[in-house]
Design a protein around this ligand. Structure first.
Ligand code: IMP
Ligand code: MG
Length: 178
């Protein structure tokens, strides 16, 4: 275990099992629908990759880069879209893919931005992790693999100052050590 991790919340096997179920859920829910998965870089990456390999229905994929300027462990300002989508989503059902939903400020902003700008058929959210206690706005993902306690976590896409996204598990970050 990395020395910056206090305890492991979810191990690799549990995460993979959770993502497999998520893929099956997407298959059922979006069967016969024009689906596009939009991943929010960079955190979505490990979840996104595994999720799409567990989806069997036809779908498009795209990415956006959204920065919430989370210098340390608290988001500081309004999110900023630094890279937009490249696909046409007008007549499609959009599923936003992110590694974690906490305050929901970022995803609310992105959801409203896509709805207003492109008027897709629907915009929903799927996340690997959900910290419901951290909510500042009322927005729920249509599917989340795991609900976790309100602690700052790292691994499986979740970072501390850009690092630790590559850990193959989700763990609580040790706040006192770098
Ligand atoms: P929000 O608070 O729901 O807007 O979350 C915005 C972003 O903050 C997420 O996509 C993550 O990139 C980051 N974030 C939120 N909670 C954590 C955490 O516990 N560890 C690492 N990043 C987090
Ligand atoms: Mg993120």
């Amino acid at each position: 275990m990395d020395k910056r991790v206090e305890k492991i919340l979810l191990n690799t096997e549990e995460i993979q099992e959770g993502i497999k179920k998520a893929g099956q859920w997407v298959d059922d829910h979006y069967k016969d629908k024009d689906l596009i998965l939009i991943g929010l870089l960079k955190g979505c990456l490990p979840f996104f990759g595994q999720l799409i390999s567990n989806i069997t229905i036809d779908c498009l994929i795209d990415f956006m880069s959204v920065s919430s300027w989370r210098g340390s462990t608290e988001a500081q300002t309004l999110p900023l879209i630094t890279q937009g989508i490249s696909e046409n989503i007008m007549n499609k059902h959009v599923l936003l893919v992110d590694e974690i939903i906490d305050s929901a400020l970022t995803l609310k902003y992105v959801k409203e931005y896509l709805q207003e700008k492109y008027k897709p058929l629907s915009v929903e959210i799927i996340t690997l992790l959900d910290k419901p206690e951290g909510r500042k706005v009322d927005l729920q993902p249509i599917y989340r693999c795991f609900e976790i306690e309100n602690k700052f976590v790292v691994g499986y896409g979740c970072d501390y100052q850009g690092k630790l996204r590559n850990l193959p598990y989700v763990g609580v970050f040790k706040q006192d050590k770098k």
